[in-house]
Each structure stands twice: as structure tokens, then as C-alpha cells.
Write a new protein. Sequence first.
Length: 582
Amino acid sequence: MTVRPSPKRRRRVLLRLLVGLGLVLLLAGGGAGWWVYKHGEDWLEVKVRERIAQIIDDASVPGYTFSMNDLLVDTRTGHLQVTNVELDFAPELLDSLRSGHFRYLFAARVGRIELRGLSFWRLILRREFRVDAFEMLEPEISYLIGGERISLAEPLARLDQGASPPISLVLADTFLVRRAAAIVEDLRGDLPRLALGGLTVESRDVRITMGERRGGVRLALGEAGLDFDSLRAQLPDGDRLHIGRTQLSRHGKRGLVEDLRLIPAEEDTTDLLRHRRPVVDLHMDSILLQGLDLDRLIAYQALHIEHFELRGTRVNVTLDKTLLPNEPVARSLPTMALRDLAFDIRIDTVTILRASGSYRERDGDTHRWGEVPIEAIDGRFTHVTNIGLAIEEHPRIEGDFACVLFEEAILKGQYAAELDGSDRFTVTATVTDLPLKNLNGATRPLLRVQVNGGRMERMEFRMEGDNDRAKGTLMLNYSDLLVRVEPGTPREMRHSMFGSVIETMLKEAYGGGLSAERESKFSLDRDPHRSLITYLWHGTREGLARNLAPEAWDRMRLMLRVDAEQRREQRELRKQRRQDRR
């Protein structure tokens, strides 16, 4: 017969087993602790180096080389420092980029990378990269592309190609980049060469995840700020773009860009085969960005700004028509250019404050320079976007503007353009109180016509059209217009000029100065090689011609009547003299 142990005895046996197991675990833990104390840091350092080598190997691409001078690891304090890191590509890869086999080439050099508070155990056991602070000192980045649109995050995509990426999570309380420099260059020459210097980036609560269910590299930031000293770009036509100090803040959703300049290329005046082109000299004191979505800009290269404010803009445009004509180039209307942008853009409001500028032209016949000054330019435009959902909400760009023309005339206007792909637009403008003598800065050198008197009380202009054709109306109210051929005009040129005809028409014998108030309609086809500004000028010119023509014809008929009466009086006088002699 089997004797079963009593419950009290079973409890004593179980207690002994638990005590024995606890002693074994305690001894094992103590042994493990002693081993970690004596050898764990050395082992951990070896594993960290192996993991870093694995990350580098997994991220490497044939043709690229990686090197670094020193790797210092302190597992007690969680400190890791790497000096003189360099990633470079073989020179023969340049041919692959030009041929289109590669989309980009990427090279980088860093003076020092320092990590503080790094959790080495998480890096080894869980493939998580957690640090208190990540700092890079004086990195230099070169990004070469072959002319196509490239995502700035594309070099990171290789880290996420496999089912098990070398790092699944990157967390940093502070991410800091100091005195960075970068160059972006298109080897095909279609895009400008960019050179950025003095870049500082500081971010808080950085989180990068890789290899999630839907794939891709995901970036999340707490506070982030970007600051750089200057950005320079060499444009394909030889002009240079300079941007001064720039500051962007994620938390404040603000940005400030200072000292933006577009510097024209230097002309070789000894070249007899130079071609004419508009030369633009642009300077902006500052650009203020409010409501800037920095996350969208970094993650998707999409620009979303609530308020874009231009301050202290000065732009001078020069065109020399004595040079050889250039090959015609198609020009886009603003809505067409917006659609053609290689990135998404949404600016809720654009404001222009107290801008100024001028247009100077050298006439091909007179070889003299005429100028149209424009001052006190203010403007406000809303709903500038090429994003479908935003267009559904606000289907057109709308704006108003004002400026001073020829030092005294006040111009006020409105602009509206459809964003539905039709490229329809409407422009209205009113000009008041222009002393016509102020036009001499343009009419004397360009037409050899001198305005001696007259005043334009009011001109109202309206034009609506699209990419092909436009129509509109122009109302003109002017009085006492007096003109003459500019003194000093060579005799061989004087009689062939339009001014000489008008000068004759405005003689006192024919009624003196012209005055009129009327409204006329006009229509015209668009020249696809001309900009919107030229399109509007052609409409204005057509409207002026239709307004002035009736008055000119009336004056011509008056001249014919006066001349006929004078001839009749002279015949009667000669007849009377013959009769007296008889």
C-alpha cells in the first residue's frame, strides 16, 4: 500500500526547493553581476563596435567608402565620440549619374560626432538608438543630382529596405548640428547650384522610426530650429542668388530671411555677339514667414505658409534693344508657372510692403536709355497654391495692389486668376493725376517726343483673358496735351517721326492742345513669348490707341478744313490783286 505524504510535509519539500532555486538564482545573478563588473563593459564595447560596423555595412552601397579616425566608447557614462568621419563615392560613379543610371550621389564629412547618455544595452538588445544628446560639429555635405526631383530623405531609404533594419528606433532628447555646410549641384546644369554655410540645427524630442508595418522612415520632432548664415546659388543664366541670415522655428511656426539678392551676371561689353535679355537686379531687406509648417517642409518638401511678407523690395529691370534679339522663349502666366512647380505649395496670404523699382530700356534706333520709375508698391494676394484640396476650397488667386508711377500718378488695381487649369484672369487698374510732362523720361530718349503740357485726370483699365486671347476696356480723361519733337533731333530723323506729325496737329492754328474723355473697347492675341506684364502693356497700348485715334482723326479733319480755308483765302487774295492791277 502506497503511503501519501501529508500536506505539511509537501509544503516543507516545496519550501526547500524554492529556497534552493533562490540560492541558485542568487549565485547566478551574483556571478553575472561580478562578470558584468569585471568584463561586461569590455564585452559591451566590443558588441557596440560590432553593431556600428554592421550598421555601416548594411547602409553601404557599392562604390562608396566610409572611414573614421577614432571611435571612443565609455559604457559607464554612455558616451560615444567619433572623429573625422568621411563618406565618399568613387569618381567613376559620376558617369553613372550623368547617364541616368544613378539618381543622386551623396558625400559627407564630419569633424566630430558626439553622443551623450547613450543606452548601449538598448542598442544591442532591442536595436533602439536612445541618447540624451546627439551633436555633430562642422559637417560638410555634398548632394549631386542628375536633374530629376529627388527627395531629401532618399539617402535614408536604404536603411529601411530589409525586413529587419539595423536600427528600428532613434530617440534623442537633443539633436544639435553646429557650423554645417552643404552643396547641392545638378550635373546636367538644369537646376541652380546651391551652397549653404554656417548652418545650425537644434531639435528637441527627435524620434525616427524605421521598418514599421507600412514601411518608410518616419520622423517626428518636438521643438526644432534652423539657422544659417548664408545661401548662395549660381543660376544657369549666370545670375547669382544670395540669401543672408535665415532662421526657422518649428515651435513658433515662424521664419525670417534677411538680405535676399539676385545679382546679374557681369556682361562682356567687348562681345559683339551679345544677345538682349531682361537684366534683373533684385534686393529684399527681409522676408517674414508666419504659420510655417516646418514638419511638412522637412518630411515632404511641401511649402505651407499662412503669411508670406516681403519687406523693402527693390527691383530694377534693364533691357538693351541695341543688342541682337535672342531666341524666343515661352513665358508662363502665373497660374501656369504655379502648376509647373516640382513641389507642393500653399501660401494663404502674400503681402508686399513699400517696394520700389524701375524699368530701363535702350532704344534700338535712338541708342538712348528711357526709364519708367515705380515707387511705393504695396500689394496683398491670397490663396496662392497648386494643391488640389486647397484649390477646391479657394478656386482663385485674388489680390489688390497700389503704387506711384512717374513720381506723382497714383495707380490702384485688383487681380484675380482661376486655379482650375483654364488660366483665366482679370486685371483692373485706375491711374489718376498724372502731369504728362513727367513722361519725358521715357518719351524723349525712346521716341524723341517732348511733352510740353497736359494732364491725365483719370485712366480706368480692365482686361480679362487667358493664355490665348484677351479683351477689355480703357477709359481715358486727359486735357491740354501738347507735344513736340525733342530739340536737337537730327534733320534726317525729324520728318520721319511720329512726334513731328503730332506737333503739327497741335499748333495753335489747328486748335492747340488735345483734350478728350471717352471709353473704348479692345481685344488682342497673346504672344506666348511674353510675360503677363507685357501682356497687360500690350492691352494698355491697344486701348490707348483706340482712345486717341478718334481725337487724332478729328484733329486731322480740322487740319484739312483749316488748310482748305487758307488755300481758298489765298486764291481769293491773288484774284483780287489781279483785278486791282487791271
